[in-house]
Design a protein around this ligand. Structure first.
Ligand code: NAD
Length: 360
């Protein structure tokens, strides 16, 4: 039976890169029934909202979606569709493999690590109060009453919720991923020496979960500042990293840099009942409609999707096809060429054609 996959093309460069990924998935020969949905600018035009309930319902029903990047309109009052999809579907785990590919210019050639970022809480949960607002003043007076810590008058405040519940499930996700993918080590990353309550709870919970994987996967702890330095110096020493939301966000971009940038960084947001696969990069509106940008990140996200639906062989073939085209370095987009003005660069869709040829 064909896999039913919801397809959300996205905004800006989204339709070009997600279209390229869809063609590559079809070329693997896996039977897919694509279920077309809308989100972002197309949905605003059609339904006056960037995330219509029908779209969420489609993902809930079919459980798997592939999504092009979506523009967050500045100052329009719309929240980020990406954040909202993760929240509504409780996609609590953000998975970002960072792997070096020959042919991609990058500071290292032998990085192969996976970032598992908690997606639902932390400072990123968006519980914020503007300086001088009645809410901030009320909260400030409560904090002054409960805490001895000095604060300057009228601060803006952000709340950092970290729960044992959310931590346990993300750390378990990281260990389960390590086991199912033959990975040897999970590193929990915090600032528990300073944030003893929040990051302390994350670390204590991680230690507890790690106990049930003892003998199968090595557990290690790092402070976030030290980790950043070590990633820059010796990224090869890391395998699976599990982090609270905000550190995960920042370290993801750092690691994307280690492997050559956003053009080659795939991702997935996964929950108990649904998973949405998307590149790390955004909709790069200035390149929209030019058949110019790199489809690699989106195609590698599609390979993650194939693996998720049980098509491991096709996922591997697709990744190998991408690797072969990158290695050869001939039919690749401008950003993968040595000079930005290189006339031999091909377009998004021609690079996808080259990958498809490798699959034949
Ligand atoms: P961006 O990732 O869209 O673009 C930043 C720059 O990175 C681009 O100008 C381009 O030089 C480069 N780049 C990105 N993707 C590339 C590709 N595939 N090939 C070659 N170069 C590439 O980030 P931004 O400009 O900060 O954001 C633009 C919009 O995208 C914003 O509205 C933002 O909210 C949204 N966004 C969406 C998602 C998502 O849908 N998951 C993620 C990030 C940003």
């Amino acid at each position: 039976m064909a896999h039913r996959i919801v397809f959300l093309p996205g905004d800006g460069i989204g339709p070009e890169v997600s279209g390229a990924a869809r063609r590559c998935v079809d070329a693997t020969g896996v039977a897919i029934e694509w279920i077309d949905g809308v989100a972002g600018e197309a949905a605003i035009r059609q339904f006056n909202t960037p995330l219509p309930p029908q779209t969420l319902e489609l993902i809930r029903r079919h459980k798997v979606a592939i999504k092009g990047p979506i523009t967050t309109p500045i100052g329009s009052g719309f929240r980020s569709v990406n954040v909202e999809i993760r929240r509504q579907l409780d996609l609590y785990a953000c998975l970002r493999p960072c792997k070096s590919y020959a042919g991609v210019r990058a500071p290292y050639s032998d990085v192969n690590l996976v970032i598992v970022r908690e997606n639902t809480e932390d400072l990123y949960a968006g519980i914020e109060f503007d300086a001088g607002s009645p809410e901030a003043r009320e909260l400030e007076s409560v904090i002054r009453r409960l805490s001895r810590q000095p604060m300057h008058p009228d601060p803006a405040l952000s709340i950092k919720p970290i729960s044992a519940y959310a931590t346990e499930r993300i750390v378990r996700f990281a260990f389960d991923y390590a086991v199912s993918h033959g990975r040897k080590k999970v590193t929990a990353v915090t600032k528990a020496n300073i944030m003893k309550s929040t990051d302390g709870l994350f670390l204590a919970t991680a230690r507890q979960v790690a106990g049930s994987y003892a003998g199968r996967v090595v557990f290690e702890e790092r402070l976030i500042d030290n980790l950043c330095m070590q990633l820059v110096l010796r990224p090869q020493e890391y395998d699976v990293l599990v982090l609270p939301n905000l550190y995960g966000d920042i370290v993801s971009d750092l690691c994307a840099g280690l492997i050559g940038g956003l053009g080659v960084a795939p991702g997935a947001n996964m929950g108990r009942d649904a998973a949405v696969f998307e590149a790390v990069h955004g909709s790069a509106p200035k390149y929209a409609g030019q058949n110019k940008v790199n489809p690699t990140a989106m195609i590698l996200s599609a390979a993650l999707m194939l693996e998720h639906v049980g098509e491991r062989d096709a996922a591997q073939r697709l990744e190998q096809a991408v690797a072969a085209v990158l290695r050869e370095g001939r039919r690749v987009t401008y950003d993968l060429k040595a000079g930005r003005g290189d006339a031999s660069a091909v377009g998004t869709s021609q690079m996808a054609d080259a990958i498809i040829e490798q699959l034949r």
